[in-house]
Design a protein around this ligand. Structure first.
Ligand SMILES: [Zn+2]
Length: 366
């Protein structure tokens, strides 16, 4: 009797399972054949901790932002947001931002100059020897006006296309013609912040194997007539090696967050090299353990940066990634389809990345 009951229960359970699993779609007719990758917007079902970090755990020096505020009111609002989220001061980089001349933007932020740090461009208007000497004088003048660094320079293969007002096309960071400018920056103790290349998958074919396809579609790099990824990294390494008295900050982890050992090897080799973490949350928080290990190992060489506007929630997303142990959350606004997880960084590491490393580099300008 007992045996029969077990048998019946088994048959019933098997039937129930097959009923639940009986939705397998016909070949070619299911959602996988209809939903476009760009429309994929999964919602997390896991019952996991969700931590809202309203304010950073330690005071912050933001080493990477731009001239986002168009009016006096917007600048004041930005300061208010910085107070709320815990940012002491912000680097407002002049290059890479199509807008007002250096003098004008320094004037625009003058009323809040204790909260913003100015960065300027190299002037490539005249690339003759004489012209570069003049550009060195311009750099000195900008420095006297309050510029504490040079940047953001930007080379995605065609040269420093972020340059203002002169055209930097064809001028890579290891170009011997600009060596006097790099030396002058070192002499003035102005670090050079430079964006080199783009995330690696933006160079790969835009097909079904591309891990960053959603973003690569928008930002794909065509290297037909310009330097490729490894060539660009090489120009950067040449400049860092040949100018040991100038500090270089490789923005966005040198766009090398896909290969921490390679980035670590460069940092090991060149003590005048730093990286900032700006705008690379998605590119690092999908590999939280490897990134955490890297950030702990190179805790003295990493700088905080945002590069993503002025909204309070933008800052808080970064805090969540750096400070918490939250797992598997999506930030669709960052453009990828990966789930992110927090790094849960130790306090002493967090403090260095948020503040101490930048303060040490900029000590003479405090
Ligand atoms: Zn930037």
């Amino acid at each position: 009797m007992k045996k029969t009951w077990y048998l019946l229960a088994f048959v019933f359970a098997a039937f129930a399972m097959s009923a639940c699993n009986g939705q397998k779609a016909e070949e070619g007719a299911g959602p996988a054949d209809k939903i476009l990758l760009k429309d994929f917007a999964p919602v997390v079902v896991n019952n996991l901790p969700v931590t809202y970090v309203e304010r950073a755990k330690f005071d912050i020096i933001d080493m990477h932002a731009h001239d986002y505020a168009a009016t006096e009111e917007e600048i004041a609002q930005w300061c208010k947001t910085m107070d709320e989220v815990g940012v002491l001061n912000t680097a407002v980089m002049h290059c890479s931002w199509i807008g007002r001349p250096f003098e004008e933007y320094v004037a625009a932020y003058a009323a809040h100059k204790d909260r913003f740090r100015f960065w300027c461009c190299f002037d490539y208007t005249d690339m003759s020897e004489e012209g570069i000497q003049k550009a060195c004088e311009t750099l000195e003048r900008y420095h006297e006006m309050g510029a504490i660094g040079v940047g953001e320079l930007g080379d995605k293969g065609e040269g420093d296309t972020y340059a203002r007002p002169g055209d930097g096309t064809g001028i890579h960071i290891d170009d011997p013609r600009i060596k006097p400018l790099i030396a002058k920056a070192g002499e003035l103790k102005m670090p050079i912040s430079i964006h080199i290349a783009e995330p690696y998958w933006m160079y790969l074919p835009m097909d079904e194997t591309n891990d960053g396809l959603l973003n690569a579609v928008t930002w794909h790099v065509d290297t037909t007539n310009c330097l490729g990824y490894n060539q660009l990294v090489q120009t950067f390494e040449n400049a860092v090696r040949e100018n040991p008295n100038t500090i270089f900050i490789a923005c966005h982890y040198l766009n090398m967050s896909h290969d921490w050992p390679r980035l670590g090897a460069l940092l090991d080799k060149y003590p005048n090299m730093y990286v900032d973490i700006a705008a690379r949350v998605a590119e690092s928080a999908h590999t939280p353990r490897a990134t955490r290990e890297f950030l702990i190992k190179y805790q003295d060489r990493v700088l905080f940066g945002t590069d993503n506007g002025m909204s309070p929630e933008m800052y808080r997303t970064i805090f969540r990634v750096l400070e918490t142990n939250d797992e598997h959350f999506y930030c669709p606004e960052l453009g990828y389809h990966w789930a992110l997880s927090g790094f849960n960084l130790p306090d002493e590491v967090l403090k260095k990345i948020y503040h101490d490393n930048a303060a040490r580099i900029l000590e003479e300008y405090k």
